[in-house]
Design a protein around this ligand. Structure first.
Ligand code: NAP
Length: 249
């Protein structure tokens, strides 16, 4: 990559959708920096992403870590053109089993983390840059045991209109992707007993009009479009990438 190449930050870029987007943007000539928290997935990402991609440990819940990520971007590239706030956790539990730690973990990553990461890197986003938040098809559907994760993704979607309005004068676009069920490691992290998790996953294709789950690469293509100048008139919106799930009867 050259110093003239655009720069992307992808939080949670060590697996799944973020990992696929890092690969795609790198192949299209971007400088890419991804973050993650788990030492094992960080190490795997270093081995599976192209060597030019910077892989940085940073806990998405921590504004201090976000400030460190901003420093790293400033020192390496001097700016960040595309901020993909993709890091997310999704866990299921019945209402009776919820506690504050469960709530704080999910809202800490999905809502607080996204907002404060954006705050820390904002000074580095030039006119013409863009931000992409991550919500989920679940905000339009009711799945039992999913109240906290669904509410966190509803809050994330609600960030889009005010942030788009606030950052438009700086020439920065703000959108979100609303994925349907995508085949990533996320399904193994729902906190369900193995058999129940497998049953939940197996149910998905029946709920999606195209009859299958999506791939991380299919979401990456949409993210890359929204990051590109071709999307310069797309602002303040939430884009469904769900095989028609949200609008199906
Ligand atoms: N897959 C789906 O069906 C689906 C549907 C709707 C929305 N989404 C959303 O899409 C986004 C990507 O999900 P995915 O399916 O690609 O899941 P994934 O493979 O589990 O990826 C999640 C990423 O977020 C990172 N992450 C989680 N907690 C973190 C923390 N505290 N600090 C830093 N990084 C953290 C993970 O890194 P570690 O390995 O270090 O934890 C990983 O890189 C998420 O926001 C998710 O909610 C996914």
């Amino acid at each position: 990559m050259t110093t003239n190449s655009p720069v992307a930050l992808i939080t949670g870029g060590t697996t799944g959708i973020g990992h696929a987007t890092a690969k795609l943007l790198h192949a299209r000539g971007w400088n890419v920096l991804v973050t993650g928290r788990d030492p094992d997935t960080l190490e795997k990402a270093r081995n599976t992403l192209p060597s030019g991609v910077v892989v940085l440990p940073a806990d998405a819940r921590s504004p201090e870590d976000a400030a460190r990520v901003a420093d790293e971007l400033k020192q390496r590239f001097g700016r960040v053109d595309f901020v993909y706030l993709n890091a997310g956790v999704s866990r299921m539990a019945p209402l009776e089993a919820l506690d504050e730690a469960f709530f704080d973990e999910i809202f800490g990553v999905n809502v607080k983390g996204a907002l404060f990461t954006l705050q820390k890197v904002l000074p580095l986003i030039p006119n013409g840059g863009s931000v992409l938040l991550t919500t989920a098809v679940g905000i339009a559907k009711g799945a039992p045991n999913y109240a906290v994760a669904t509410a966190s993704k509803g809050a994330t979607a609600a960030l889009v209109p005010p942030l788009a309005a606030e950052l438009a004068p700086k020439g920065i676009r703000v959108n979100a992707i609303k994925p349907g069920p995508i085949d990533t490691p996320a399904f193994a992290k729902l906190g369900l007993p193995e058999e129940v998790g497998a049953g939940f996953r197996a149910l998905m294709p029946q709920k999606i009009p195209v009859g299958r789950m999506g791939t991380p690469e299919e979401v990456a293509e949409v993210a890359a479009f929204l990051a590109s100048p071709a999307a310069r008139f797309v602002n303040g919106t939430v884009v469904d990438v769900d095989g028609g799930m949200a609008t199906a009867f």
